[in-house]
Design a protein around this ligand. Structure first.
Ligand SMILES: [Zn+2]
Ligand SMILES: [Zn+2]
Length: 388
């Protein structure tokens, strides 16, 4: 393990920042205190600080030498609406909110990298430290891109990182092409005709629609997708009916679809619409579909992935870098940055063994053992990419 010496010296501080952020979680676009904390720290390291992009987003700028090269490193600021059950000393002080995805660790590591690089200044060019709001569900990354992130801060590439509790500390994984899935949501509303449940012949039962539609939707992946392509269609909510003896008028189904490329995404949406229309016709009722594309797939560029693998290998050793992990159908709004700019997103091993709670679990806590590794990865990547 090659922890950068300046990073090793900073670890106690990085850990204390992480614990502070963890204890004070803020959710999408409300990360005011977290954003102010980050801006203060960056200023104290001597960086130029630009606050207010996408509301609570912050960009720190560190220049060294005369070079024109520039890269961006990105972390996320937001927490989740989860009641924390970790039992750790630095547990959330905010009822119902929790850093259950480790964005506290991501923010602390990127701050640590800014502090270390401000000391080292062993590079020639500009590093943009990007702290984005609202990674969870609300697309803060998209908002930053739309508000001109890459116009205001021109860079040749952008890099992201997420802790990965399914992989042990000391390992890093990434791959060329898609690493995380596209995230779509759908809502289906079937409107039949309410009736006395003892006289079903006088109504049009939307429950029947729901039963058939849920089954038929599972044929999209099983029967319509090429066997070697990937997709997920999950119905996750069924709402309808209030009592035992009434056939309701309406049933609402909601769910999510995942995919790695736009062609599959188009196919899934098309088949959902066809199946819903056909099922409604079969039972002589009407049904509507709202299909919303939330996040695109997270797709790594070839050259930048090679750079990320080189930096990761320098820190954890080539044997501990997995350059072809199985992609995951979770999603990530860093995808919007990768759609606008070449770059690479990596998974940072954060597991403590098979019992480690995964992200979004109420018992989860970011693994502090990963702090020196993730921070050293950032510092090493800058040294290699903007080498003086
Ligand atoms: Zn998350
Ligand atoms: Zn996350």
């Amino acid at each position: 393990m090659n922890v950068v010496p300046e990073v090793a010296a900073l670890v106690p501080e990085i850990r204390s920042w992480r614990h502070h952020i963890h204890a004070h979680p803020e959710t999408a676009f409300e990360e005011k205190a977290t954003s102010a904390f980050v801006a203060d720290k960056l200023r104290s390291f001597g960086l130029d600080v630009h606050a207010g992009l996408a509301g609570t987003g912050v960009v720190g700028v560190l220049k060294s030498g005369r070079g024109n090269g520039a890269i961006g490193l990105r972390a996320d600021l937001d927490a989740l609406h989860i009641h924390e059950k970790s039992g750790v000393a630095h547990a959330s002080k905010v009822e119902g909110k929790m850093h259950a995805c480790g964005h506290d660790g991501h923010t602390a590591m990127l701050l640590g990298a800014a502090a270390a690089l401000a000391q080292r200044r062993d590079f020639d060019g500009t590093v943009y430290f990007i702290f984005q709001p609202a990674e969870e569900n609300e697309g803060g990354g998209r908002a930053m891109v739309e508000e001109g992130l890459f116009d205001r801060f021109p860079m040749r590439a952008v890099y992201g990182m997420h802790n990965w509790p399914l992989m042990p500390v000391g390992k890093i994984a990434t791959r060329v092409g898609p690493l995380m899935g596209a995230f779509d949501i759908f809502e289906i509303i079937a409107i039949g005709k309410g009736a006395h449940a003892a006289m079903p012949n006088t109504g049009k039962d939307p429950m029947l629609f729901a039963a058939h539609a849920i089954s038929a939707l599972q044929t999209i992946v099983a029967r319509n997708l090429h066997p070697l392509e990937s997709g997920v269609v999950s119905v996750t909510q069924v709402h309808g009916g209030d009592t035992w003896n009434v056939i309701p008028e309406e049933v609402v189904l909601r769910g999510t679809a995942r995919s790695f490329d736009a062609r599959v995404q188009d196919l899934i949406e098309h088949r959902i619409r066809t199946i819903v229309a056909g099922t409604a016709a079969m039972f002589e009722m009407s049904a509507t579909v709202r299909y919303e594309r939330r996040y695109p797939a997270t797709v790594n560029a070839e050259t930048e992935t090679a750079h990320a693998i080189a930096a990761a290998s320098a820190v954890v050793g080539a044997a501990n870098v997995d350059a072809d992990p199985t992609p995951n159908m979770g999603s990530e709004d860093f995808a919007f940055m990768l759609n606008a700019k070449p770059g690479c997103y990596v998974w940072l091993g954060a597991g403590r063994g098979p019992q480690t709670p995964n992200v979004h679990n109420p018992h989860y806590d970011f693994n502090d053992d990963a702090l020196p590794i993730g921070t050293s990865y950032w510092v090493t990547l800058v040294g290699q990419q903007l080498g003086a």
